[in-house]
Design a protein around this ligand. Sequence first.
Ligand code: NAD
Length: 403
Amino acid sequence: MALIPLERMKEIIDFPAAAETLLEKSEKEIKFSLNLKMSKDEIICFDAFVVYHNVVMGPAKGGVRFSLNASMDETRNLAEIMTYKNALMGLPFGGGKSGIKFNPYNVDDFTRIAIIKEYVHMIREELASGAYIPAPDMGSTPQDMATIYGETHKAESVTGKPVIIGGLPGRLQATGCGVSHAVKLGVENILKKSLNETEITVQGFGNVGRWTAYFLRQMGAKITAVSDIGGAVYNKNGLDVVKLLDYCPTSRDSVKGFPGAEPLTRAEFLSVESDVFVPAALERVITAETAPKIKTKMVVEGANDPTTEEGEKYLLKNGTRLLPDFFANSGGVIASYIEWRNAKSGNQTSEKEVFEMINGKIEETFFAGLKAKKDLKCASLREAFSSLALNALIEAMRARLWI
Ligand code: NAD
């Protein structure tokens, strides 16, 4: 998606040209190389990227992605989503992101730790000053955040750490908790159904997908199909999500071969009929090409940027509702905010309080979005949430005399 439809926003809110200029490009982009001497004759080099999209609200906050697809374009895109996500949720953070281009699944622990230490070394000023605060994203884990903390020695310099070293109870499940609550609100208030009579398919069974499926099942929904990079499984009576979690305990394990379910190809998975489809894996999976195959009443974006502009146009034209990423998957950064705040103040927060805070913020923003959609005659909820986030950013820019 063109993330936030800035052109359209000019028609529906008071959007000063100066604010548009500031939001059209990133404030800071850093590209560097992580070079490791592995032996007498071998050196390996990995490209790395850090982007601050806009920091009018506060320090740049956003995860560090470990992926062979990491690039400046991808990091810029993801940092931009963070600007709007943080503004929409009223968090005192700007939009940031970083990425390291490597396959996190085929390096040993020694190399992985060396890569992360070199990353910290190369951006030590950004991290030590608190200007950029990383967290886990695709491919990175709480243990990796522990390695970052081990280098900075500042608890507030990184979030998503293991609980035992100052991480937040519930941070691991936080994004899925928020996505599942967004699904619940959408099902009850837009589809006008109850979760008990709702069939849901989830793409991706990593951090976001697995906990989204888990919470939705706990709330009574039927999870009929799940896919990951290794394959897909289907059960028309609903998958046993707890057994599926046991079957593939980490993001690296696959749902493929799960007993008590039929195997599907990834293409067949996309065509499974459902009430709600949650893409929770990759970018740009709902495109002009794939959208006609997706037979669902509502899409709730667990992943960042899973829908292209053309894909979303097709869905909306065919009556499929969509809850956008920067609203639906904000549970992770809300929890990160609590962890960061606790690291500064010494406060502690229970898992129950964390989930309550996430669900409370998601709920409040959901109804504000529905109201904005009606008041501003928005064509989609993406437009409605965009108007709320943009208004907050414009107000902050005025407060700081940036515009
Ligand atoms: P992860 O690495 O834990 O899991 C990724 C999952 O996607 C795995 O199950 C993998 O097998 C699957 N996958 C990869 N390629 C696939 C394909 N072609 N088809 C189907 N499945 C495929 O990553 P994650 O942390 O769960 O992140 C997933 C998405 O959610 C990303 O877009 C990320 O930016 C976004 N997100 C993550 C968080 C967070 O707190 N982790 C917060 C907000 C948004």
